[in-house]
Design a protein around this ligand. Structure first.
Ligand code: HXC
Length: 356
């Protein structure tokens, strides 16, 4: 028995190394964490329960049967908690075939999607991947079909959150595009249908990864990304903060949290902040920060369309989503239960001034 357990532990140690120490070092040298390090930071300490750690690909074409099979097949999946609330998570492991999606890799993700939907809990995808595994061809594309189908089924039922943490291409940007929130990491993450090298080969056009799909492009021009962060650590900690503002599903409610901000707090600056003259500008973000609990406002799409401010905050510990145009607020406002409607205070906040 002891021998079996030792062998199992050896297999686990090997699986945890993903594509090997050299690729892990390369990942760190690029300022990126590994898939497992990211999950560790995202979830509550020791709460992660991993599934399918030893799954391997089944491909035989293009010499894949000759290559060493890496346990886990490029994605780490499981569930855990964020501030005590259940979330399902998958993290692409760039050290294994560039995190690309094979038939078995897809099956690991769809299993987590199914479990999240069944348990009515949010799903968070940490993306750092090169799209469909080229060597698997149609089997990989079929895998994406299964993932996309579940993105659609989960839409409006559970929160789906994507965090782009590396150079993501192909299906690894199509799927996040169908989720509720997309966040990026500046300078290390990119979202494009195909990378600069392939663009150069096919169209002879020279373009940098940043120009093609960097965080600056997607937070300001395309507005595909809701927000960008300076590094993996900041991005993951902010995801924990976002989860606190969200209901677990369309039948749940976002948690009411204790607040030190007195509900009858007087702020005399509010008397003058909105000018009597409607043609005089004022900063609506300043207004939001003064109204909400402890000045804690989670802004969404702050770098895009500066004439409207959207995001999440709390009033008297209850969550509050600004702007009926925001995707989650729209769902909260249009929910048929009167109780939920009363709880979700929604308001649009249109900026009258240009914001810094
Ligand atoms: C298999 C892949 C891969 C892929 C990367 N790798 N992408 N392996 N399939 N799609 C492997 C590389 O061979 C390499 O292996 C390792 O991952 C790291 O890749 P690099 O190129 O060295 O890294 P980097 O320079 O950072 O560039 C990352 C990249 C680039 C921008 C993602 O690899 C790239 O452009 N890949 C192709 C992207 C692409 O065109 N994907 C579209 C797939 S089609 P080693 O062994 O050297 O470590 C698709 C369609 C979906 O997704 C449609 C659904 C219906």
């Amino acid at each position: 028995m002891k021998n079996i357990l030792e062998k199992l532990e050896q297999r686990r140690i090997k699986a945890r190394l993903g594509g090997g120490q050299a690729r892990i070092d390369a990942q760190h040298a690029r300022g990126k964490l590994t898939a497992r390090e990211r999950i560790e930071l995202l979830l509550d300490h020791h709460s992660f329960e991993e599934f399918d750690m030893f799954v391997q690909h089944r491909a035989v074409d293009f010499g894949m049967d000759q290559q060493e099979k890496i346990p886990g097949d490029g994605v780490v999946t499981g569930w855990g908690t964020v501030n005590g609330r259940t979330v399902f998570v998958f993290a692409k492991d760039f050290t294994v075939f560039g995190g690309s999606l094979s038939e078995t890799h897809a099956a690991k993700i769809t299993k987590i999607q199914d479990m999240a939907l069944k348990n009515r809990a949010p799903i968070i995808g940490l993306f750092d991947a090169g799209g469909a595994r080229i060597q698997e061809g149609v089997a990989a594309l079929g895998g994406y079909g299964e993932v996309f189908q579940r993105n659609v089924l989960a839409s409006g039922v559970i929160p789906q959150i994507s965090l782009i943490m590396g150079p993501c291409a192909g299906g690894d940007v199509y799927s996040p595009a169908m989720t509720d929130f997309i966040f990026m990491v500046r300078d290390t993450s990119y979202m494009f249908v195909t990378g600069p090298d392939v663009v150069k080969t096919v169209t002879n056009e020279t373009v940098t990864a940043e120009e093609l799909g960097g965080a600056s492009v997607h937070t300001t021009k395309s507005s595909i990304a809701d927000r960008a962060y300076d590094n993996d650590l900041e991005a993951l900690l902010q995801m924990r903060r976002l989860i606190d503002f969200l209901p677990e599903s369309n039948v749940g409610e976002a948690p009411v949290l204790p607040t030190f901000d007195e509900s009858d707090r007087l702020d005399i600056s509010l008397d003058t902040l909105i000018p009597d003259n409607p043609n005089k500008p004022y900063d609506v973000k300043e207004l939001i920060l003064k109204l909400v609990d402890e000045g804690d406002f989670f802004e969404i799409q702050g770098a895009h369309a500066g004439n409207i401010v959207t995001g999440f905050a709390r009033i008297e510990g209850r969550p509050w989503a600004s702007s009926p145009t925001s995707r989650w607020c729209w769902r909260a406002c249009s929910t048929p239960t009167p109780r939920a409607r009363a709880r979700a205070s929604c308001a649009s906040a249109t900026a009258s001034t240009s914001r810094s």
